[in-house]
Design a binder for this molecule. Sequence first.
Ligand code: C2O
Length: 482
Amino acid sequence: MGMSRREFALLMSSAAAAVATPPALAAALKVRRGIHTYSTTELDTLRAGISAMKALPTEDFRSWMYQAGVHGSTPAEAAAIPDGATYWRQCKHGTTHFLTWHRWYLLFCEEIIRHLADDCHFTMPYWDYLADNFLPEPLRLPADVTTNSLYDSTRNTDINTGIAGISGLNTDALDHIDFDDFAAGSGSIASNPHNTIHNQVVGNMATVATAGRDPVFWLHHCNIDRYWECWIRQGGGRTHPGSPWSDEQFPFHSLTGRREVIVADGLRTADLGYTYDNLPCGRRVIWEIPDWIRDLVFERVPWRRPPQPDPPPWREILESPPMAINGQPRALVVSRADFLRAGGANARRVAVILHGVENLSGKDNLAFSLEVALAPDAKRIAINDFRGVAPIDAFGSFELSVVAEHVEHHGASSALVLELPERALKALSSAGDEFALVFFRRGLVDREGKPRPFDAKQPLFRIGATRLAVQWNAEMGSGTDS
Ligand code: C2O
């Protein structure tokens, strides 16, 4: 099959500049920059600030472990801190406050470093992983936590030595018009690049409870914060929800004491006194399909009507039997006629819902994600026709046990909703007799972009049922034959 191992598309953002910052104010703004632009002196400041935090006892709110606990910890760890019940375990992952909460969190941590390193010019650096998917050198070298406070030995070894880089990153989420879609859910910035980074750096980064302990967490979220501002500058900001979303308050223990921040006060970086050196963000999509996907296993399974279709908004129309997935890529074939007959004909939105997903691989440190892609024509699987659907993320998914949206809609406890992006939907309506859902493992790559070796036989996930679900246009009726 014709395949280019790596298709690399670089799309510069269409000109944007929505709201210009008044010059007087702009002069006062602190500028956050990519870590690759940091001088040795600036890196020393960053390292000194973090070392100072690490030297403080956990009960001190300025300490490294306290700040990590603000993001996440076990319930027992939080209970051991006097004000842990108020300030700890606050990560708003999987909600529309993913961006807002992490922005304030980062800001207060930046303040602490500025204070402890005694450098009023300090700003948090970001890691622009779409420009360089290998972990920045200052975080890896020296590979010794006593001399390099940016080092974390729990990361994937190949990431930490610089042998391997992250794969499968994209910024497709920036195409969303709607803030809710941009901030949370399967095609959001929280999914990719956000979860992708957590999933492949692993170690502390793999779980919400420990992620804040790895210094790369801060550079990662700084970059995510930058994408939000980029998205606003291309016009996205007008879909920021109003009240009650914007009235939401988050408690923080800051250098100036207890702060009850209000979401509406931090929707623009300039409101909080900073900006980024590189806005709008370069729009880049790296769509890499591993070579070995040519070993795709096709499975024609008996799809049937789900015995108990869920209530709206997602109506589940087809269900496959349980299956186990290992490192071997596989294609679940679906007859287009069956899909249309079952209710796919008038679908406005289509999702793949995975019920009863179990992680068989032995916990959270997977260093990969399982991607689910749509191949519009199962008879002619051309890698370049793949339309990415979404990864099954280890980060958050297993720990928080579910995608929040799904709990709300289904009350289920172990299902993942992967909505097909619009371009996949288009491909679906013009496909051949059969289309396929392709499941493949996406993990670390070498400098040439080739996957690092792994055991393809290792069991990864068990999926209780793969269901196709639709939402219909109200005016079109249900479109079922039921
Ligand atoms: Cu609160 Cu990157 O997660």
